[in-house]
Design a binder for this molecule. Structure first.
Ligand code: BYC
Length: 477
């Protein structure tokens, strides 16, 4: 099936889509398949709702988006690259100083395609993971926010598919199709990276995901925004504009849950989790267990601590460090070293390795710094209520499946344990079956009255785009 796409009206873009016949033909095949995927795997039962959404319409920092009611299947998934920087160069690695590539360098083609595909694969995966959550939203405000996140993840898929179609010919088209065929959690055809095959079964998991995992997106996109392949750099730069809102949804979502719980605890002078749960809010130890889970699976997304792939991505100039051009060094890293954690003789210690091989670990450390600041802000909310409980990040080696810590059993405090001892404690450290049952039972049904919020979450400070909290953010028709 093909469809005639009105490129100007249907796909807002600043890449002159209307003039590129080859690209048009590729997208004419892909677009209906994308819509099929959205109808099947997008937010459930939502297709006829009018949702107050922002749509990217340009890359002008002063007015890049419009807000209006949209039925999600009619959302205008656009393609935007930030404007080119005149004279931009490859800024790191052995090609440093060459003009930035406007086409794919033949010798790096498969490496580059792999990066684009891995990035692209996460976007539809997250929509699949979240597709049932609209049925138990805590408010119209939150329902609108998850839909906003979902349509923008869809746009980020478009951004990567644009690169595949425009620059990678037939194998790019095949990869673009495969992005619509893999499914999160599918035993036979799963999404590429681990965290994107985990379920997101409730709203606490959703907020943790958007706080922790979308922030991996921020750091990975920032590294790709340094790429010597200019179209990738420019498209990732613009994706970061939208990503900020997703992390806001996560941080304020967890913050509002924490606030509500701490306020109820303070008001009723309760500490026992069972008493706290009896009042219809999520006890803080359960929130800590969710945090431990989402943090650890997201740490895995940065790849192995020691990675020759990461060294190649860097040396060739395809993927930089976080804020590469702001770092004051030679941008070659031939002599530099970096410390990575490892396990030997039953304990964790630091090992110095060539910095080129430690680039995943370095990015993970940059990420951890930012995550810690967010956790500190949650703790300030708890502190204000006078409750002594504090959330904290578990040790970097806790519950890891990728890298030096994989195969070891590390406690949240960083102690190396036997498998049996670790497993005996597992349910106290990560959400257990009873936690999920409790949280899901509490979140059964959705709150649809404008301005009303579920009991387990505090209202946000303000609405979206200057609208009041009791604005009708979603109309169900
Ligand atoms: N799960 O050399 P290594 C986002 C594989 S999130 C499964 O250490 P490398 C978003 C690896 O593929 C950001 N497998 O890996 C967030 C390799 O396989 P092969 C997404 C994994 O390549 C929320 C092998 O293990 N973007 O945007 O240095 C909502 C050896 O590993 C995992 C990107 O990730 C894992 N966690 O690093 C929506 C950026 N980790 O070669 C969106 C692009 C590693 O043996 N991707 N493996 O077959 C990359 O830069 C790199 O692929 C990675 C992996 C950093 C992910």
């Amino acid at each position: 099936m093909t469809s005639n796409i009105d490129y100007i009206d249907k796909i807002p873009n600043n890449v002159d889509l209307g003039r590129d016949r080859v690209l048009q033909r590729a997208l004419e095949h892909w677009q209906p398949a994308y819509m099929g995927w959205w109808y099947d795997m997008g937010p459930t039962e939502s297709h006829n709702y009018d949702v107050y959404l922002r749509t990217a319409i340009s890359v002008d920092p002063e007015g890049w988006a419009v807000f209006d009611y949209v039925k999600m299947p009619q959302y205008r998934w656009g393609i935007f690259l930030v404007p080119p920087t005149a004279g931009r160069e490859v800024n790191f690695g052995v090609n440093k100083g060459q003009p930035a590539w406007q086409d794919v360098p033949g010798e790096y083609r498969s490496m580059l395609r792999r990066l684009v595909v891995t990035q692209g694969d996460t976007e539809p995966a997250s929509v699949e993971q979240q597709r049932m959550l609209g049925m138990c939203a805590p408010s119209l405000y939150d329902l609108r926010n998850i839909y906003q996140v979902n349509v923008e993840e869809g746009r980020h898929l478009w951004a990567m598919v644009y690169l595949l179609h425009r620059y990678f010919g037939r194998d790019g088209r095949e990869e673009a199709e495969a992005l619509l065929e893999r499914r999160s959690g599918d035993a036979d055809n799963p999404r590429i990276l681990g965290a994107f095959n985990e379920p997101t079964p409730d709203w606490l998991a959703f907020y943790m995901f958007t706080f922790f995992t979308d922030r991996d997106g921020k750091f990975q996109l920032s590294s790709l925004a340094e790429s010597g392949f200019d179209p990738l750099a420019r498209t990732c730069r613009f994706m970061l504009t939208e990503e900020a809102h997703h992390m806001f949804v996560g941080e304020t979502g967890v913050g509002r849950i924490v606030q509500r719980t701490a306020e109820v605890m303070a008001e009723h002078r309760l500490e026992d989790p069972a008493d706290v749960r009896a009042l219809g809010v999520i006890d803080l130890p359960t929130i800590q267990r969710y945090l431990n889970f989402h943090y650890s699976v997201t740490l895995d997304l940065f790849g192995g601590d020691i990675s020759s792939n990461a060294a190649s991505f860097y040396t060739t100039g395809l993927k930089g460090r976080y804020e590469e051009t702001k770092i004051d060094d030679d941008h070659l890293l031939t002599d530099a070293t970096y410390n990575v954690g490892t396990v030997k003789d039953g304990r964790v210690f630091e090992e110095e390795i060539p910095a080129l091989n430690a680039l995943n670990e370095r990015l993970r450390d940059d990420y951890i710094g930012e995550v810690q600041a967010g956790v500190d802000r949650w703790n300030k909310i708890i502190e204000k209520t006078g409750i002594p409980f504090r959330l904290r990040l578990p040790h970097k080696g806790f519950h890891r499946q990728i890298g030096n810590f994989a195969g070891h059993h590390i406690s949240p405090e960083g102690d190396v344990m036997t498998e049996a001892a670790w497993k005996a404690k597992r349910d106290g450290w990560m959400p257990n079956a009873a936690d999920y049952t409790f949280v899901q039972a509490m979140m059964a049904g959705r709150v649809v009255e404008p301005g009303k919020f579920a009991n387990w979450i505090a209202p946000p400070r303000r609405g979206i785009h200057t609208q009041p909290l009791d604005f009708e953010y979603v109309r169900f028709n």
